[in-house]
Design a protein around this ligand. Structure first.
Ligand code: ZN
Length: 290
């Protein structure tokens, strides 16, 4: 695991880049005149510490709150280390409540994978981030403040709004919009459903979510496991994903027909990663038909 360095996205937004080695998501610090808000708690105490140490060196008000985008382990296992009141959707709290009694030993993880309540990808990443000696550090902390649809957080000249958007990846997903800086933190909301045998997107779910996201006049879009994208680049990617979703509907999930018609719909030759995206939508189509 490499030690990432804090980057500055806008005057009031700094972030620690994602680290794919152990699936660490982007963590962000948003500062107004009066206080700093952190976004997501990290996938371990070590991840949270790496971030907090660098945030402490910024010439900004100290962090007072942490906003959580959704319940997945990589966004919440650093909550105790953060040592701050947290804000999350009420369904995030419900899911974390279910995790409270969990045992995180290799055996318990293997058992849950077998049962289907855990997936191999997350079990492997948890084992990698927490070698046996530090596995005992895993502690689930419940959010301090919960909301249903929306909550506004005033930082002093900088206003953040969290909106619950749900989606295929996690029904509790919330996005955070930094109004004055026009930065939209998407969490993993636009990622596929991964807690299943076949990763998938439902066309209806994805298209509805994209509509909601289009309503934000954002200049920057930040997906937790990607790099921040400026407006034009983000929407170029989203327009291609929308085209795949629409084609999946038009072709009733027929792979060959989708692949054949895709190049003219996205205005470019196919790339290697297109097949996987098409497969995610086909899996979602089949799931909805079964
Ligand atoms: Zn997630």
């Amino acid at each position: 695991m490499s030690d990432q360095q804090l980057q500055h996205l806008t005057d009031s937004v700094a972030y620690l880049p994602a680290d794919h080695e152990t699936d660490r998501p982007i963590l962000a610090a948003i500062s107004g005149k009066d206080r700093t808000l952190l976004l997501d708690a990290g996938n371990s105490p070590a991840h949270a510490r790496l971030f907090l140490t660098q945030v402490a060196k910024l010439d900004r008000p100290r962090p007072e709150l942490v906003a959580i985008t959704h319940w997945h382990w990589d966004h919440v296992f650093g909550m105790k280390e953060m040592g701050l009141p947290s804000i999350a959707h009420h369904e995030t709290k419900s899911m974390l409540q279910k995790l409270l009694p969990y045992d995180w030993s290799d055996e318990a993880l293997a058992h849950r994978v077998e049962q289907g309540s855990e997936i191999p990808f997350c079990a492997d990443m948890i084992k990698k981030e927490f070698p046996p000696a530090s596995r005992g550090e895993i502690a689930i902390v419940l959010p301090t403040i919960t909301f249903a649809d929306q909550i506004e957080i005033e930082l002093g000249g900088i206003t953040c709004r969290m909106d619950h958007v749900g989606g295929d990846h996690a029904y509790d997903s919330a996005v955070l919009y930094v109004e004055q800086e026009r930065v939209l933190f998407l969490g993993d909301a636009l990622a596929p459903d991964i807690y299943t045998k076949e990763r998938n997107y439902t066309t209806a779910g994805f298209l509805a979510l994209l509509e909601r996201i289009a309503a934000y006049p954002a200049e920057w879009y930040v997906e937790s496991h990607g790099t921040p994208l400026p407006r034009a680049q983000f929407w170029q990617e989203m327009d291609e994903m929308r085209a795949v979703a629409l084609l999946t509907e038009q072709c009733h999930g027929a792979r060959e027909e989708i692949m054949e018609r895709l190049p003219e719909n996205i205005g470019r030759a196919l790339r290697e990663d297109d097949a996987q995206l098409v497969q995610y939508f086909i899996s979602g189509w089949k799931k909805n038909c079964s």
